[in-house]
Design a protein around this ligand. Structure first.
Ligand SMILES: [Cu+2]
Length: 266
């Protein structure tokens, strides 16, 4: 008899979960969670490509793909958290007594295992993704090196200067021909800077005494913004210049016009 009483008083875990999911406030939260998840997926897939800088290289395309995929993958988590926060906020002013206690999750072993395992899988995916992307890019850089155009980039407080050894020109704007790989040899004259040609999807430290090498594959023409991404002193925010990825004809005539004035851009 005692066993029988116990069975009727303590529902199975499955039944408790079913009761929990049937509660009106839980159903509303789940609905909100699905809604917010959809909003984040739309933001990632539709809005990011519109909001992010124009894609001019394979590297920038890879950056944008990662932003989109990670937004989509993390959308359900952000969606559920925002749903619970919204539902709690909306209930706050009603003076309702709190609903009866749901399934405890703090010491619930299956729940702890699921969220720990999920976090571990997310971290591993992010690490492997990053390592594969880095490795793919360095293999491409090595393969492309012989046919690359070379640009020696120097950061100094607070300007960027460029030297094209193959063309023997000094410039302060960064023009590049489309469909030709480019290798940047980056140094600093003084403090640490960070060379960031935004639309190329490249960002690399500019250090004193050490040359860092970056690589890009321009696939489309368009204007370029070059910024400094490392706080480097009073006028760091103004340490910017511009340029363009051009057709090879436009690039060649730009080079010729500078060579005609002694190889130094005015
Ligand atoms: Cu700076």
């Amino acid at each position: 008899m005692a066993d029988h009483d116990n069975e009727t008083l303590t529902p199975t875990p499955g039944a408790r979960v079913a009761t929990f999911l049937n509660r009106k406030d839980v159903k509303q939260t789940v609905f909100l969670g699905i809604f917010f998840t959809a909003v984040f997926v739309v933001l990632g897939v539709w809005a990011y490509p519109k909001w992010m800088p124009v894609v001019l290289t394979k590297q920038m395309q890879a950056n944008e793909d990662i932003m989109i995929w990670f937004t989509v993958i993390s959308a359900p988590i952000a969606g559920v958290v925002l749903a619970i926060a919204t539902k709690s906020f909306l209930n706050m002013h009603r003076g309702n007594t709190p609903p009866e206690e749901g399934v405890a999750i703090r010491n619930n072993t299956p729940v702890v295992i699921v969220w720990t395992a999920t976090s571990v899988v997310f971290c591993i995916v992010a690490i492997v993704w990053g390592l594969v992307a880095l490795n793919t890019d360095s293999i491409a850089a090595a393969t492309d090196a012989p046919k690359s155009i070379v640009v020696d980039v120097t950061g100094s407080q607070w300007v960027w200067t460029f030297y094209y050894p193959q063309q023997n020109i000094h410039t302060h704007t960064l023009n590049l021909p489309v469909n030709q790989p480019v290798t940047f040899n980056v140094v600093s004259d003084d403090v640490n800077h960070s060379f960031w040609p935004v639309q190329l999807g490249v960002k690399i430290d500019a250090n004193r005494l050490v040359t860092t090498v970056a690589h890009a594959d321009p696939t489309a023409t368009g204007p370029l913004d070059i910024k400094c991404a490392e706080l480097c002193g009073l006028y760091h925010a103004y340490m910017e210049t511009n340029g363009a990825v051009q057709s090879s004809a436009d690039f060649n005539s730009w080079v010729s016009s500078i060579q005609a004035t002694g190889g130094v851009q005015e």
